[in-house]
Design a protein around this ligand. Structure first.
Ligand code: SF4
Ligand code: SF4
Length: 170
């Protein structure tokens, strides 16, 4: 029997349950890097500087539930905002699904392993600069958050067929 397609392939973002929506985040932390918007051109530049609440090792928000008490301008993603925001990284699962594309092998929902997003070089682990150490954001403009890592779109042996057991590779 052919296994049913996973939810992100057969549901639009606005039809997902809360649990499905939350699980779609790959934990990369890229959206938690500061951005700079040029007032004249309206173009966005990524920086390598992490929001003060981001744990730069785990790439997770240190107080997700109460984050807006600490960082009032933290943007809560919604299906409408995903369509409107121009700074979601190209690897972002919400952006991929909104654009009708599939998740890649390193997404935890595909690999069954939360660490594959780090092993694939997609997350900010090891390259984000903590906000308190950074100084001027203009000194930290980088391009990598707006790009796919070289091998991240290729098929990978860590990928598992739909419906199979979670990836056993540690
Ligand atoms: S860029 Fe997208 S997938 Fe990555 S942490 Fe942010 S919301 Fe989650
Ligand atoms: S408050 Fe948390 S979720 Fe919001 S940008 Fe900062 S680290 Fe990311």
């Amino acid at each position: 029997m052919t296994p049913a397609a996973p939810f992100w392939k057969n549901k639009p973002l606005d039809a997902m349950t809360r649990a499905e929506w939350e699980s779609l985040c790959d934990g990369c932390g890229r959206c938690c890097l500061h951005k700079l918007r040029d007032e004249d051109t309206d173009r966005v530049a990524f920086t390598e500087v992490a929001c003060r609440l981001l744990d730069t090792q785990s790439c997770r928000c240190r107080d997700y539930r109460n984050r807006r008490q600490h960082v009032p301008d933290c943007v809560k993603l919604t299906p409408k905002r995903v369509a409107a925001i121009d700074w979601l990284p190209p690897t972002c699962a919400y952006r991929l699904v909104a654009e009708g594309r599939d998740l890649h092998w390193w997404h935890p929902l595909v690999s069954g392993d939360a660490d594959t997003v780090h092993r694939a070089g997609v997350s900010v682990q090891g390259r984000a600069v903590p906000e308190r150490e950074a100084g001027a954001l203009e000194d930290h403009v980088v391009r990598w958050p707006g790009r796919f890592p070289r091998d991240a779109t290729r098929p990978h042996p860590e990928a598992r067929p739909e419906g199979s057991a979670p990836c056993p590779i540690p």
